[in-house]
Design a protein around this ligand. Structure first.
Ligand code: NAD
Length: 534
C-alpha cells in the first residue's frame, strides 16, 4: 500500500485522468459494481459514499498494477461518520433480535450470490490463491448462518434469589458502536466474524480495513449496504472508513466506541490494547501467531506431510495460523523432511487467479524485504537451508512479490532465540528435532505467542497430555489436523491477545450484561440478612 498525502485538499480530485485497467482486473471489479477506470473511488460509507482525505492506492501484488485510488476520510468526515454510526445504533437496538437475524439472512444470500467473484477480488488485491479467496468468502457466509441462528439464541439467565418474591435476571443488551480494525491477510472474513455477531447483538459497526485492501472492503460494504437500504435501515449500521494509522487511532481513542475489535500485529495490538484500556473501553485483540506442529514417530505420515506443507505454504505463509515451527521426533525426522522437500519441489507458483496455482505472491514489496532479512539472519546464524531461501527470478514472476517457500534447520532449537520467538509473516518453516514429547511441548509453549498448535500422533496418551493442563497453551489445539472452523471460538492466548471471535461464546463480548433483580413481593428485604430498619 502506498499512502499519498496531498497538501492542498481537493487538488488531486478531478485532476486525475480516467485510468485504464487490465481486463484481468476490470472483469472482477465491474462484476462487483466497482467503477472501472474511475480516477478515484470514495472510501467512506455511512449511508452515502464520499471521502476527501488522503489517497490510498490498491496495488495488485501479482503484477504491480495499481487497481484503484481510494479517498479516505478527512478528520471532519471521520467525526461525521462516527456520529452517523451512533445514530444507527440508537435505531438498531430497538429492532428485535430475530428481525436482525432476518437482515443477516438476506446479507448471506446477497454475499453468497457474489461468492466466487468476491473471492477472486481477494486473490487480485491480497494475493491469496483463488480457492483460498473463495474459501474466505465462504467463511463469511458460514458465519451469517451461525449469526442468524444466534439471533434467536442470545439468551440471558434466570438466577435463583435468596430473597422471597424476588428473581434475578442476567440480561444481554447491545453495547453500542463497535470499531472493527482489520489486517490485510483476511480482508473479508475478519469483518464478517465481527460484524455479524455484533449486528445480531444489536450494535452498529465502524470498519477500518487495512489500507492496502480497500477494494475488498468497498465490495463487501456495497453488498451489505444494498440489503440495509432495501430494509429501510441506516447504512451506518455498517460504516466503512478506509484509511491508515490516523483513522485507526481516531477509532481506538473515541469514547463513542465502547468496544474495539482489533486484528493485526502484536506491535500495533499492544498500542491499541493500552489505549482502549486507558479510557476503560473493551477490546478484542487477535494478534500474531507463531504456530508449531509436532510430529511423533507414530504419526500418520501420508496425512501429516501434506498438512504441514499446507500449513507452512498456504496463503504464502501469510495466515496468522501459518505453521512456522516444525518439531520432528528424531526417529522420523530424515524421512519426514525428505517427503516434505519433495512436495516443496512440486509447488506451482504464479498468478493466484489461475486454477492450479498453489503459491501466490507476498502482499507487498516490504514483505519481500522482511522475508529476505529473515533468510539472511538464518544463513548468518549457520542454519541449514533445505529448500527455497530466495526470490523467484524467472521473468514471468518479476512484476510480483514472489518468494520461494523456505525450510530451514536452525543451529539451535532454543525458543528464546529470535529465529524461533518472532513471527515472520512469510513462508519460512524452521525445523527442530526432539526426543521426548514433553520437550516438544515445552518448546511449543516457550514463545510469547499462543495462537495455534498441532500434534500428530495416534497414541491416545499423547493426545490426553497435549489437550490437558500440561499440554499446549495455545488457543487452538489440534490433533491430526490443521486449520480452524467457524463453530469454535477462534483466537489465541498470551501475546496473541486472548481474543475470541466467531463461534463458541464469542458473541457474549458484543453485549453489555445487566444483572437485574426484580422484586415481585410486598416487602423489600436486603440481601445477606442485613437489617437497616428504622
Ligand atoms: P498491522 O498491525 O500492520 O495492521 C492492522 C490494522 O491496524 C490495519 O488496519 C492498520 O491500518 C491498523 N493500524 C496500524 N497502526 C495503527 C494504530 N497505531 N492504531 C490503530 N490502528 C492501526 O497488521 P497487518 O500487517 O495488516 O496484518 C498482519 C498481522 O495480523 C500478523 O501479525 C497476523 O498474525 C495478524 N493477524 C492475526 C489474526 C488473528 O486472528 N489472530 C488474523 C489475521 C491477522
Amino acid at each position: 500500500m502506498i499512502l499519498l498525502r496531498h497538501t492542498v485538499s481537493g487538488t488531486l480530485r478531478g485532476a486525475r485522468p480516467a485510468r485504464s485497467l487490465s481486463t484481468r482486473a476490470s472483469a472482477i471489479l465491474s462484476s462487483l459494481d466497482i467503477p472501472v477506470g474511475a480516477a478515484e473511488l470514495p472510501g467512506v460509507y455511512d449511508g452515502q459514499w464520499y471521502g476527501s482525505g488522503d489517497v490510498l492506492e490498491s496495488v495488485c501484488p501479482t503484477t504491480g498494477e495499481v487497481l484503484a485510488r481510494v479517498r479516505s476520510a478527512t478528520p471532519h468526515e471521520l467525526h461525521e461518520a462516527l456520529g452517523k454510526s451512533k445514530d444507527a445504533y440508537l435505531h438498531l437496538r430497538t429492532v428485535p433480535a430475530p428481525k436482525r437475524g432476518e437482515l443477516l439472512r438476506q446479507i448471506r444470500e446477497a454475499l453468497s450470490a457474489k461468492r466466487d467473484v468476491l473471492g477472486a477480488l481477494v486473490s487480485l488485491e491480497m494475493g491469496k490463491i483463488k480457492t483460498e479467496g473463495i474459501g474466505e468468502v465462504q467463511e463469511f457466509v458460514d458465519i451469517c448462518d451461525y449469526a442468524v441462528g444466534l439471533s434467536r439464541m442470545m439468551n440471558g439467565r434466570v438466577v435463583a434469589s435468596e430473597r422471597p418474591g424476588h428473581t434475578i435476571l442476567e440480561v444481554p443488551n447491545p453495547i453500542g458502536v463497535v470499531g472493527v480494525l482489520t489486517a490485510f491477510n483476511f480482508p473479508v472474513a475478519v469483518y464478517g466474524w465481527n460484524f455479524l455477531l455484533s449486528v445480531a447483538a444489536g450494535n452498529a459497526n465502524v470498519w477500518k480495513p487495512s489500507p492496502s485492501t480497500p477494494l475488498c472492503s468497498i465490495a463487501v460494504t456495497k453488498i451489505i449496504a444494498s440489503v440495509l437500504e432495501k430494509n429501510g435501515l441506516p447504512g451506518a449500521v455498517s460504516t466503512l472508513i478506509t484509511g491508515g494509522k490516523d483513522v485507526g487511532e481516531a477509532i481506538v481513542e473515541s469514547r463513542d466506541i465502547p468496544l474495539v475489535s482489533f486484528t493485526g500485529s502484536e506491535a500495533v495490538g499492544r498500542v491499541v490494547g493500552k489505549t482502549v484500556q486507558s479510557r476503560f473501553g473493551k477490546s478484542i485483540l487477535e494478534l500474531g501467531g507463531n504456530n508449531a506442529s509436532i510430529i511423533m514417530p507414530d504419526a500418520d505420515m501420508p496425512l501429516a506431510v501434506p498438512a504441514v506443507f499446507f500449513g507452512a505454504i498456504g496463503t504464502a505463509g501469510q495466515r496468522c495460523t501459518s505453521t512456522r515451527r516444525l518439531y520432528l521426533h528424531r526417529a522420523i525426522a530424515p524421512q519426514f523432511l525428505d517427503a516434505l522437500q519433495k512436495l516443496y519441489a512440486t509447488i506451482s507458483v504464479g498468478d493466484p487467479l489461475v486454477d492450479g496455482t498453489l503459491l501466490g505472491p507476498l502482499h507487498t514489496r516490504a514483505a519481500v524485504g522482511i522475508y529476505d532479512d529473515a533468510v539472511q539472519r538464518l544463513r548468518q546464524s549457520g542454519a541449514d537451508i533445505l529448500a527455497g531461501g530466495k526470490k523467484y527470478d524467472h521473468a514471468a514472476l518479476s512484476q510480483g512479490n514472489f518468494v520461494q517457500p523456505t525450510i530451514s534447520v536452525p543451529k539451535t532449537a532454543d525458543p528464546a532465540d529470535k529465529i524461533w520467538s518472532t513471527e515472520t509473516f512469510a513462508p519460512i518453516l524452521n525445523v527442530g528435532l526432539f526426543d521426548e514429547l514433553e520437550q516438544a511441548i515445552e518448546w511449543n509453549n516457550a514463545v510469547p505467542q499462543g495462537l495455534s498448535s498441532s500434534l500428530w500422533t495416534r497414541d491416545i496418551r499423547n493426545v490426553g497430555k497435549w489437550i490437558g493442563p500440561e499440554g499446549s497453551d495455545a488457543g487452538i489445539v489440534n490433533v491430526g489436523t490443521s486449520g480452524a472452523e467457524i463453530g469454535a471460538a477462534f483466537g489465541g492466548n498470551k501475546s496473541t491477545g486472548w481474543g475470541r471471535e466467531s463461534g463458541g461464546d464469542a458473541w457474549k463480548q458484543y453485549v453489555r450484561w445487566s444483572a437485574c433483580t426484580v422484586n415481585f413481593s410486598n416487602a423489600a428485604p436486603l440481601a445477606q440478612g442485613v437489617d437497616f430498619s428504622t
